[in-house]
Design a protein around this ligand. Sequence first.
Ligand SMILES: [Fe+2]
Length: 218
Amino acid sequence: MIVPYHKKAGEVEPLDFFRGSTSRAIETEVLMDRQKALDFLKKHLQQENIIKHLLATEAVMGALFDRIKEGEREDWIMAGLLHDGDYVAAVPHELQGIKVSEMLEAEGFTVPESVRYAMAAHNAENTHVEPQSKMDWALFCADSLTGLIVATALVRPDKKLASVEVGSVMKKFKNPSFAAGTRREDIAFCQEKLDIPLDEFVSIALTAMQKIAVDLGL
Ligand SMILES: [Fe+2]
């Protein structure tokens, strides 16, 4: 039985083990486990953009945990990284977020109940699994925001996350015709459900994504 995230994974920033630091034994163990999670994603998801979205969401979830500190950090990161692992044509919309846990377990991963629930609830509109915990809401609210931040970067002259500011994302947020597919109402729940003002929520997500800009190709 493989546990994708060692209990002590929370001690290590996702960026650190993504880069493959092996300076400490614990990081080696985490790296191997996370590598298996990445291999799972690469095996099932054909589109590079979805994998980048998952890396972005992983980073944002880690940063949100650091702000909110409820539950286990490795669960938040895992839910962020894997939540769209079943985003393939063969899986109907109403099962997206649910099926991924079955797929992971079929390949020997252990999916904690809280992670299973958060992944199902991120697609509440279709799965009818309602977000409840802070982790559920963090994933629900962050999911669409990563795309808005990427879209904001792509209209900068240098197309780099480094030149994106919170104010520019907020401006794009208030312009519904920009990246029209963004579920702005989902993002805005951060205020009511996480007690985080929208501009702070954007700031947390933007900073987290800027730290992995190289991995996101931005
Ligand atoms: Fe997603």
